[in-house]
Design a protein around this ligand. Structure first.
Ligand code: UGA
Length: 363
């Protein structure tokens, strides 16, 4: 196949390239302004990188040609970091909606299969959270089913939802073109993929607030306390990036089964609260370093306002129904959270520990 990947240099893109370029003969044309995570593939004859943003005017003709000659277009390009949704909302809406619009149009024009990366945030908060079912007694009020669960965004003043709303609009646009123009499509809703190369480590190779894995890992590496936003009550299910990439490969291998569907890609068995995750990560780090004192590493609580600024609102819980991925793609994730963390944190430790002397840990 000829595969076009937009955003091929990010966390998911870099792992997808690892897999496709080592286990298949597919030809890949990718776009990404960043190439640090995919250096080892730059000389591969099956891979061509355009090191530019997708909205770069110089990209337009090349992109058109690539889509015209491609079998499938995978869009991974996105600003997908919650710390930006309320602080940088216009860029978030632009990159996740308006920059994607021309790509959808090109796929419609050439009738090319579009695998559109969306988000589990499209579901918003659970119905349970709105009716006060804080013990989650009724699964119908919190389980996320691709074709049944309503997508509920919070109010405009809570700019957390800029991203989810933009992504939801793209899903609706893609679906509308599928119905009206026969656009072949697959929507992927990722639920917290964890693995090596996710985001960046603050004060080492980036500034700002990355997603929770890199925040907690950065704290451990830099000697800062781990911070639990609003007490760390929010729950997430965590799936290994390697198994997430398996799901994408199964889609590529079974276009007829993947076409016309949205899929939750997550691991129901790996659910934790953020407080549990912080504890598990410090224990895992004690194992990796052989330093038992990490088991009691400082964890502090901070308010969402303090941590993210005004307009943050959290998704309380994301428990995916993955029966569609199981039935149509034969995909079922098995890697336990402990193993995901051990592998991922060992990578971060080997990559970053020692590159800067940690400051004294402040309680
Ligand atoms: C983000 C994106 O918005 C989703 O689109 C994406 O699907 C998801 O990551 C993902 O990785 O799949 P979210 O899970 O809310 O969603 O992002 P994180 O920044 O990883 O936050 C997870 C939870 O940890 C939140 O409750 C957050 O408040 C908390 N957190 C984060 C902390 O308690 N401490 C921190 O230092 C950082």
């Amino acid at each position: 196949m000829n595969i076009v990947i937009l955003g091929c240099g990010g966390f998911i893109g870099s792992h997808l390239l690892d897999r496709l370029l080592t286990t298949t003969d597919h030809k890949i044309i990718g776009w990404d302004p960043e190439s640090s995570k995919i250096q080892k593939h730059l000389d591969n004859p099956n891979f061509t990188l355009h090191q530019r943003y997708v909205d770069d005017p110089e990209t337009q003709q090349d992109l058109r040609d690539a889509v015209a000659n491609g079998d499938v277009v995978i869009n991974l390009a996105a600003i997908c970091n919650p710390s930006e949704y309320n602080t940088n909302p216009i860029s978030v809406i632009k990159s996740n909606l308006f920059d994607v619009y021309p790509i959808v149009e090109l796929c419609v024009e050439y009738k090319r299969w579009l695998i559109s990366f969306s988000t589990s945030e499209c579901y918003g908060r659970t119905l349970s959270s709105y009716v006060g079912d804080t013990s989650y007694e009724n699964p119908d009020l919190y389980e996320l089913k691709e074709d049944e669960t309503p997508l509920i965004m919070g109010p405009i003043v809570n700019q957390r939802w800029t991203y989810a709303c933009a992504k939801q609009m793209v899903e609706r646009l893609v679906y509308a073109h599928h119905k009206e123009d026969g656009l072949p499509f697959t929507v992927v809703r990722p639920l917290n993929f964890f693995g090596p190369r996710m985001d960046y480590i603050p004060q080492r190779d980036g500034d700002g607030v990355p997603r929770v894995l890199a925040c907690f890992m950065g704290a451990l590496l830099n000697g800062d306390p781990m911070k639990l936003v609003d007490g760390g009550k929010a729950r997430r299910t965590i799936v290994s990036i390697y198994e997430a990439v398996d799901a994408i490969c199964r889609m590529l291998d079974n276009p007829e089964k993947a076409n016309g569907h949205a899929f939750n890609i997550g691991n129901r068995n790996n659910e934790v609260t953020m407080a549990e995750l912080a504890d598990l990560m410090r224990k895992t780090y004690a194992k990796i370093t052989g330093d038992a004192s990490y088991e009691d590493y400082p964890i502090i609580e901070v308010s969402a306002e303090e941590f993210y600024g005004e307009g943050y609102e959290d998704c309380d819980r994301r428990m995916p129904d993955i029966s569609k991925a199981k039935e149509l793609l034969g995909w079922e994730p098995k890697i336990a959270l402990e193993d995901v963390l051990l592998d991922t944190m060992t990578y971060f430790h080997n990559e970053y520990a020692g590159s800067m002397k940690p400051a004294q840990v402040a309680e």
